[in-house]
Design a protein around this ligand. Structure first.
Ligand SMILES: *[C@@H]1O[C@H](CO)[C@@H](O)[C@H](O)[C@H]1NC(C)=O
Ligand SMILES: *[C@@H]1O[C@H](CO)[C@@H](O)[C@H](O)[C@H]1NC(C)=O
Length: 500
């Protein structure tokens, strides 16, 4: 009898709490965050509501959140202002091609609410400070990712110069051009007379976000001298002589450009066999200033010479629309030769600096890399001289050449490899049917470009891929590789992109 009564009371209590929490759940609805462009950034806000105690905004540019993780831009707001909880993100000018992803965290009473807003296209925001390119042609922006300029009738009609092209181009670029692009037109030119830092953004981050991590920290500025860009690796000991390579802590958060996993990319903490990246290299890109889809890229460069050095002459995805881990959205290598003077696969094939590779990077696995690469072997090291490395990227194929001589072609159908099911959502060229930007840099060692059991003329590869102490193994064998770094710089004379 007593037991039954207690059960009844418990039921009533449970009902009471259920009702109470339902009341709480429905008493506040988190509104979508409002974004307003500022002269050099943007403001995010939500209206005040009685009961709000604090608000936090997390914003990513061109990158969806996978969870409620910290954003590329994040801020905690403790007080409302003029009836709104708001934060101004400065020094983050919005670009016409940007998509913003936002999630908001609100403490209302004792309850925490978090919500992801729908992605926002910058040109669809309102305010006085929209990027100038937004007013050029609405069609260009809305359809840029799915439609080429060629099929955009409204865009052609609105532009008087449309008929002046002998042949129209399938190239699309960002910021969008003021006139339709003609085939063969130069759309990007960098001669490196000086280093324009509004055009070239330097990375500051550790590449720890995927399993092909190279043994470097990306930091420091490239130099320009005599019309050439110089990208030079240096050892940890000259980068931070005050900070030992083991048992150390380096927090780069205030300058960090990492967007995938800021905890890993921006804060370095080492102990035991974990060490700091033994080599530090500049890496720069046009991510903030220039992107394009389809075109011919010419890069005149002299590649580095030295064991385990890899030049990075890349196109990287602007939006990562097919996924954000392990090359799901693809990467293109305009050219790559391993710096080693002699390097043999276990079965004897030579893959050193006299073999040039180029193509698509779609996997972190070194053993799968070459499935999507073309190659050519010559009798001299590619680091001996300057060459013009070209990629002709169209909606039909990827074609590669050196000094105007074509040596390989990759056709469509990457989706058939089944490496990423979401490529089937795209066109035949997916994932290479989206906007990409240019990256220049250099990497050292790592797991993606060197399979195990490689041999130089004198030594076996000093680290084992995926081994937790790989970086340490590499560092400890310094007396083997450092003397071979007689010409470790990557020199870039120019980068040009033409519409096709
Ligand atoms: C963003 O990611 C969430 C999952 O975190 C997913 O539900 C949503 O559809 C994604 N949005 C876009 C536009 O891809
Ligand atoms: C630097 O680059 C920006 C963005 O591409 C461009 O608008 C500007 O004209 C460049 N400045 C110089 C001096 O070339």
């Amino acid at each position: 009898m007593r037991a039954a009564k207690r059960l009844h009371t418990e039921k009533l209590l449970l009902l009471f709490f259920l009702c109470r929490s339902i009341v709480v759940i429905f008493s506040y609805k988190l509104p979508a965050a409002l974004v307003e462009p500022l002269a050099n950034g943007f403001r995010v806000s939500i209206p005040d509501d009685r009961g709000i105690k604090s608000v936090a905004f997390n914003v990513n540019r061109n990158r969806n959140f996978t969870d409620f993780e910290e954003g590329e831009f994040s801020a905690q707001v403790r007080e409302p202002e003029d009836g709104r909880w708001q934060h101004d993100f400065e020094r983050a000018a919005l670009r016409a091609h940007d998509t913003l992803y936002i999630w908001t965290n609100v403490q209302h009473g004792n309850v925490i609410y978090r919500d992801k807003s729908l992605p926002l296209q910058v040109c669809q925001l309102s305010g006085d400070n929209l990027p100038a390119e937004c007013s050029m042609s609405p069609h260009q922006h809305q359809n840029r990712e799915t439609t080429t300029v060629k099929t955009d009738a409204a865009y052609k009609g609105s532009t008087p110069k449309a008929s002046s092209c002998a042949e129209e181009s399938e190239t699309v670029m960002s910021p969008p051009p003021s006139h339709p692009l003609c085939k063969g037109q130069l759309i990007f030119e960098e001669e490196f007379e000086n280093l324009n830092e509004s055009r070239w953004l330097h990375d500051v981050r550790a590449p720890l976000d995927s399993t092909d991590a190279e043994f470097v920290l990306y930091d420091g500025k490239a130099r320009v001298l005599g019309g050439q860009l110089i990208i030079e690796p240096r050892l940890w000991s000259s980068y931070r002589p005050d900070l030992h390579i083991t048992n150390a802590h380096l927090d780069l958060s205030d300058r960090c450009t990492g967007t995938h996993n800021r905890q890993k990319e921006c804060v370095l903490l080492t102990s035991g066999p974990l060490i700091m990246p033994p080599v530090v290299v500049p890496r720069l890109s046009t991510k903030e200033s220039f992107g394009f889809k389809y075109g011919r890229v010419d890069i005149r460069a002299r590649l580095p010479k030295g064991d385990w050095l890899i030049p990075l002459l890349l196109l990287e995805p602007l939006m990562e629309s097919y996924g954000q881990t392990g090359y799901e959205s693809g990467q293109l290598r305009v050219a790559m030769a391993r710096g080693n003077d002699q390097l043999r696969l276990p079965h004897g094939k030579l893959i050193d600096g006299r073999t040039i590779f180029a193509g698509a990077v779609l996997s972190t696995e070194a053993s799968q890399r070459e499935d999507f690469m073309v190659q050519q072997r010559r009798s001299v090291h590619f680091g001996d001289d300057f060459h013009v490395y070209s990629l002709i990227w169209s909606s039909q194929s990827l074609r590669f050449s050196i000094d105007g001589q074509e040596y390989g072609e990759l056709l469509t159908g990457f989706a058939e490899s089944d490496l990423n099911p979401s490529w089937r959502r795209g066109g035949p060229m997916a994932p290479f049917d989206r906007m990409f930007y240019i990256t220049l840099g250099l990497s050292v060692g790592g797991f993606g470009d060197f399979v195990d059991k490689l041999r130089t003329s004198s030594f076996e590869k000093p680290w084992i891929n995926k081994h937790p102490q790989a970086k340490l193994q590499f560092w400890r064998s310094q007396e083997q590789w450092l003397p071979t770094w007689k010409q470790p710089k990557l020199l870039v004379d120019y980068v040009r992109v033409y519409a096709i």
